[in-house]
Design a protein around this ligand. Structure first.
Ligand SMILES: [Zn+2]
Length: 189
């Protein structure tokens, strides 16, 4: 491929018309918002080699001819990263594979996108002359990342103490909020 494409400002129309594809790897540091979900390199290197995390991605443009001689602009995106995160069960570091595989169809304006969104399986995006592909990759990966990252099986899970008596007593001593509310309601004004 002799043309240079700028991932920050991709001409999607030209990219799709020529049915081009691009792929590569980028350091996690290039994706500031995604990197915020990850443990810092220092924290995550406590358990592994501390090798820098990379995002692998692939992009494919496609021009789809429709019956009336018109054509649709499509883009297929795959991206993947092994994200070092903090397990919410044992609080230890865990590396989770976050993947996305999405297809986008580009439409001319926001109104069309809204009108056709419900009946379309693919995601609809408004065609802009310059698409920030890096931002799109980042958005998709953030949406695919687990909300509550956890080991499938925690390596050193400390069993919780059966019952904390003081805590249980405190719970029982607290008035039931619904009972309290009922009392308020019954009070004469
Ligand atoms: Zn864990």
């Amino acid at each position: 491929m002799d043309k240079k494409f700028d991932l920050n400002r991709l001409n999607v129309k030209a990219f799709a018309r020529e049915g081009l594809s691009l792929q590569g790897q980028l350091g996690l540091a290039q994706f500031a918002r995604l990197a915020e979900l990850a443990l810092s390199p220092v924290e995550s290197s406590l358990q592994d080699s501390g090798a820098p995390t990379h995002v692998s991605w692939a992009l494919q443009g496609e021009l789809v001819l429709v019956s009336d001689g018109d054509s649709q602009i499509w883009m297929h995106l795959k991206a993947e990263v092994d994200l070092p995160m903090q397990c919410q069960r044992c609080m230890g570091p865990v590396k989770l594979s976050v993947k996305t595989d999405a297809s986008f169809r580009f439409v001319s304006d926001e109104a069309t996108a809204e009108a056709e969104d419900d009946e379309s399986e693919e995601d609809l995006l408004v065609l802009t002359p310059e698409l920030n592909v890096l931002e799109l990759i980042e958005d998709e990966l953030i949406m695919s990342a687990p909300l509550v990252p956890m080991h499938e099986k925690c390596p050193n899970l400390v069993p919780m103490s059966a019952v904390d008596e003081a805590f249980e007593e405190a719970l029982e001593a607290r008035p039931n909020p619904f009972a309290a509310l009922a009392q308020l309601k019954n009070k004469p004004n």
